[in-house]
Design a protein around this ligand. Structure first.
Ligand SMILES: C[S@@+](CC[C@H](N)C(=O)[O-])C[C@H]1O[C@@H](n2cnc3c(N)ncnc32)[C@H](O)[C@@H]1O
Length: 292
């Protein structure tokens, strides 16, 4: 005899399970539209199921809009699968699965779109896009490659400590047209040489313990050129308690510690950075500061 608790939990799980399938279907439909040479019968079967949900709206999206949505969906499945398959793994970014590493890389390329959007009304940030960019935690070089693609004179140093990601980063850069402008190195940001050379630094703090972030910021500040920008990112904590708990778990599994927006801004100001501000979006908050 099912208990009321089991029945209500089962109903909720069934409903969520349908939502997962629906998301997969949307992703499948978008991927088919973006992939030439798909078996027409398969494309039709998936397309019909998708149109039942969305009407013909999905056909009006352009290729880049479809790619953006595919990235979001891929990342959702990759991250959720990693949580489900390794629920007991200890804190830290210890991903070895090349598919998840590459998916994360492709998805994080969008970080640079956001940085370029911020540069539109910040002329000194726009200038910084023509100097030397330090991509801390470069992973498989997703951000570094997007930076090179969109900023034709920018030089990029990507550093990381995670060998499985670094191996893929080397391959990705070698296979790209930007290998002359991107250098990938195994380097802990806490050991960054203190030589003023960078015009822009990306620091994803959600992958680091607070003590590491503090040392990283000291080292980074000593490696900045005048007017350089530092952009420190954290997962945005949503107001709803359930969503906030999930964000806390994401930060834990990524290897980070919760850092409040005011604390992050203070960390930059304490290093003498000016024009400190935070750009808050649903997934991640970027805190920016400029070195005078
Ligand atoms: C999720 S990945 C970033 C993804 C990346 N943007 C890409 O394109 O693949 C975060 C990275 O930060 C790296 N990381 C963590 N602590 C670090 C440290 N102290 N110094 C350098 N990299 C670090 C991790 O090894 C991990 O590869």
């Amino acid at each position: 005899m099912d208990t009321p608790q089991f029945k209500s939990t089962e109903n909720e799980v069934q409903e969520l399970s349908r939502a997962v399938r629906k998301l997969a279907l949307i992703g499948a439909g978008l991927k088919n539209l973006n992939t030439p040479g798909v078996d027409p019968l398969a494309a039709q079967a998936v397309g019909e199921a998708v149109r039942k949900i969305f009407g013909d709206g999905i056909d009006t999206l352009d290729e880049s809009e479809r790619s953006t949505l595919i990235n979001v969906i891929n990342m959702g499945f990759a991250e959720a699968g990693e949580l489900l398959n390794n629920p007991g793994r200890s804190q830290g970014w210890q991903v070895t699965d090349p598919v998840l590493l590459q998916t994360q890389g492709r998805s994080s390329g969008q970080v640079f779109w956001r940085i370029r959007a911020l540069a539109v009304d910040r002329p000194l940030l726009q200038e910084a896009l023509q100097g030397r960019f330090l991509d801390v935690g470069t992973g498989v070089a997703g951000i570094a490659l997007e930076a090179a693609r969109t900023c034709p004179t920018l030089k990029i140093d990507g550093i990381d400590i995670w060998e499985p990601a670094l191996a893929l980063a080397h391959e990705n850069v070698k296979d790209s047209p930007y290998s002359d402008r991107i250098a990938i190195s195994k380097l802990d940001v806490t050991e960054l040489p203190e030589a003023p050379q960078y015009s822009l630094v990306w620091l994803p703090t959600m992958f680091m313990r607070r003590a590491v972030v503090e040392i990283a910021l000291d080292r980074i500040t000593a490696a900045l050129r005048p007017n350089a920008y530092v952009i420190a990112a954290r997962y945005t904590v949503p107001a709803a308690p359930e969503a906030a708990a999930f964000t806390a778990l994401r930060t834990f599994r990524s290897g980070g510690e919760p850092i409040a927006q005011a604390e992050m801004e203070d960390m930059l100001r304490r290093r003498g950075l000016v024009d400190v501000e935070s750009d808050v979006r649903p997934l991640a908050t970027f805190t920016l500061g400029r070195f005078e």
